[in-house]
Design a protein around this ligand. Structure first.
Ligand code: SF4
Length: 184
C-alpha cells in the first residue's frame, strides 16, 4: 500500500482529521475531495469547505473542491418523495461521484470521511461504496474511522476549524432547529 493513491471524499474538516492521519500513517497518499451538493444553505456549504481546506493545509494534502458542481437541486431531485430513506440517496450521489473522479484520476482506492462519523449510517455507507466499486479498480477502501474521531475534533478546536451543528441537508437543519419555532 506504500504510495498508493486514495481519493478521500471529505464532508467537512473535523471528520477528515483522523482518516487523513490514519491513511498517511499506513503509507497511502490521500487526496481530499470536497463534493457535497446536499449541504444547505450555500453559506453553510462554504463554511464547511473552508474547514476542509484548513485541515487539508494542516495535514499537507491536496484538496479537490467541486464548487462548480454545487447544485442543491441535484440533491433534492435525488431524495424528493423518498425523504425517509434520503440518506441512502445522499450517500449514493456523493460516493458515485467520488468513484468516477477516482477512476478518471487513476486512483488506487476511494473512501469517505463519512465513515468517521458516529451520526451516520456506517454499515449502509460501507455496503453501498463496496457495491458501487463492484470489485473493480479503484477499489473501495474500508476502515472504521470512528475510534479516532475525538482526536480530530480536539485538533479542529485548537486550529479554529468550523464544526457544523447539523448533518447538512435542509431536512437535517429543520430537525436540528425546528423546536426553536415554538419557543417564542
Ligand atoms: S441527514 Fe445527512 S446524510 Fe442524510 S440526507 Fe441529509 S445531509 Fe445527507
Amino acid at each position: 500500500m506504500s504510495g498508493e493513491k486514495v481519493l478521500l471524499h471529505m464532508c467537512c474538516g473535523p471528520c477528515a482529521v483522523h482518516p487523513v492521519r490514519s491513511l498517511q500513517k499506513q503509507g497511502f497518499e490521500p487526496v481530499g475531495l470536497y463534493y457535497n451538493p446536499n449541504i444547505h444553505p450555500l453559506r453553510e456549504y462554504v463554511r464547511r469547505r473552508e474547514g476542509a481546506e484548513q485541515v487539508a493545509d494542516r495535514l499537507g494534502i491536496k484538496l479537490i473542491c467541486k464548487d462548480e458542481e454545487y447544485d442543491p437541486g441535484l440533491y433534492l431531485r435525488e431524495v424528493v418523495y423518498r425523504e425517509p430513506s434520503r440518506c441512502f440517496f445522499c450517500y449514493r450521489l456523493r460516493l458515485d461521484r467520488t468513484l468516477s473522479i477516482a477512476r478518471r484520476g487513476g486512483f488506487d482506492w476511494f473512501t469517505t470521511t463519512l465513515l468517521s462519523s458516529t451520526q451516520q449510517k456506517h454499515e449502509q455507507i460501507a455496503e453501498l461504496a463496496g457495491a458501487l466499486a463492484g470489485g473493480g479498480s479503484p477499489g473501495f477502501y474500508y476502515q472504521d474511522f470512528r475510534p479516532g474521531r475525538q482526536e480530530g475534533l480536539e485538533a479542529c478546536r485548537q486550529w479554529g476549524v468550523y464544526r457544523q451543528q447539523y448533518c447538512g441537508c435542509i431536512y437535517s437543519e429543520w430537525e436540528r432547529y425546528h423546536k426553536e419555532l415554538h419557543r417564542s
